[in-house]
Write a protein that binds this ligand. Structure first.
Ligand SMILES: Cc1cc2nc3c(=O)[nH]c(=O)nc-3n(C[C@H](O)[C@H](O)[C@H](O)COP(=O)(O)O)c2cc1C
Length: 350
């Protein structure tokens, strides 16, 4: 896909101490961010030391490492198995089960709430909590606790396994969870989704009218690979590659003007140029993880400097000048974003 060359628009400049300043500030979920770069939920946002390092290198906000409903349930089951093996469970089986269940959940949840409190106390950046939920039961109540702990927003990391072959209506579950959480809390709620839906555009627009304020496109998942040397299944690359941003770019460009909420780009964003492309497509912010693992948290300052330099070189002084400038509604050839098949006219390949 070849996008039109970027032309200079508004040449307004603002001058502080005779230096030309570039204003990278962005709005996401109603929060004012000093720039559009958010640390995506990952191990880098799972402890206070790393969160502070992200802040000192210029990150605009952090999405904390997700608390996983499945992981907690798995731990509960494991403890129950261990208890059964130790013959700890006699007649008061249900009481023991309840104890294990409550104990593990409370410990994990309290650790998470403490990380929120500590991050709010020790940094000045917005802190977004992340819940990976697969049901709409007690997690809804947990959202309230997250709000009370001081989080600025909640990101719901929603993923129902697409290999499930039952007739469950997944789309309905996503909408129900989102609606229920929005009704419970006063802070903004965003939803992070995968690209694996039959009617992705409909899911995104329907989700955007549940009252959530942002959608994060798209989560990237663990992939298995096969090792020919070991003849066994091994984990594929944990980290994204820099060309993986294209599918996200397409969907942001297609839907940023058709949704009632912010769209945030994640996956494959490794350079200032890619951040600028996502903003041009209509993203209000971006979330990054792999590039920080691969190049170190210090690389953030380079990313931000490169963004400023690009904007100055191209006579843009406010990020808002770029936002959505090349979304589907604003380009000369809107069909370019929808085209899927290679054709000579678009791909230039016979
Ligand atoms: C090591 C690692 C851990 C991650 N953990 C989470 C998580 O707990 N919750 C979540 O929503 N996404 C998680 N992600 C996904 C990232 O938030 C991000 O959306 C994804 O990696 C795509 O961005 P990237 O290409 O910049 O890595 C994780 C990614 C990595 C690499």
């Amino acid at each position: 896909m070849v996008l039109a060359p970027i032309k200079t628009i508004n040449k307004a400049k603002f001058v502080i101490n005779s230096d030309i300043m570039t204003d990278l500030s962005a709005k996401y979920l109603g929060l004012t961010l000093k720039n559009p770069v958010i640390a995506a939920s990952s191990g880098l946002t799972g402890d206070i030391k790393s969160i502070k390092k992200l802040e000192s290198n210029g990150i605009a906000a952090v999405v904390l490492k997700s608390i996983f409903e499945e992981e907690i349930l798995h731990q509960v089951r494991k403890k129950i198995r261990e208890a059964q093996e130790d013959s700890m469970m006699y007649s008061e089986l249900s009481e023991t089960l309840d104890y294990i269940d409550l104990h593990i959940k409370e410990d994990t949840l309290n650790d998470y709430l403490n990380l929120i409190r500590q991050s709010k106390k020790e940094t000045f950046i917005p802190v977004i909590a992340s819940i990976n939920c697969i049901t709409d039961y007690e997690w809804i109540d947990f959202a309230e606790k997250i709000e009370r702990a001081g989080a600025d927003a909640i990101e719901l990391n929603l993923f129902l396994n697409p290999t499930d072959q039952t007739n469950k209506n997944f789309e309905e579950t996503y909408l129900t969870i989102s609606t229920k959480v929005v009704q419970k809390v006063g802070i903004p709620v965003s939803v992070k989704i995968s690209p694996y839906f039959t009617k992705l555009a409909k899911v995104i627009t329907d989700l955007s009218s549940t009252g959530i304020q942002g959608i994060v496109l798209f989560n990237r998942f663990f992939s298995p690979d096969i090792s020919l040397e070991k003849m066994e299944v091994v984990p594929a690359d944990h980290f994204s590659h820099e060309y993986e941003y294209l599918n996200v770019l397409r969907w942001i460009a297609l839907l940023s003007k058709k949704t009632d909420c912010d769209l945030v780009a994640t996956t494959g964003i490794h350079s200032a140029e890619t951040i600028i492309k996502q903003v041009l497509a209509g993203a209000t912010a971006v979330q990054i993880a792999s590039v920080l693992y691969l190049k170190g948290i210090d690389y953030l300052s380079t990313l931000l400097k490169d963004m400023e330099n690009w904007m100055e070189d191209n006579n843009y002084y406010y990020l808002s000048q770029l936002q959505g400038k090349l979304c589907q509604e604003s380009v000369a050839n809107p069909a370019a974003y929808e085209r899927r098949q290679f054709m000579k006219h678009f791909g230039g390949i016979e």
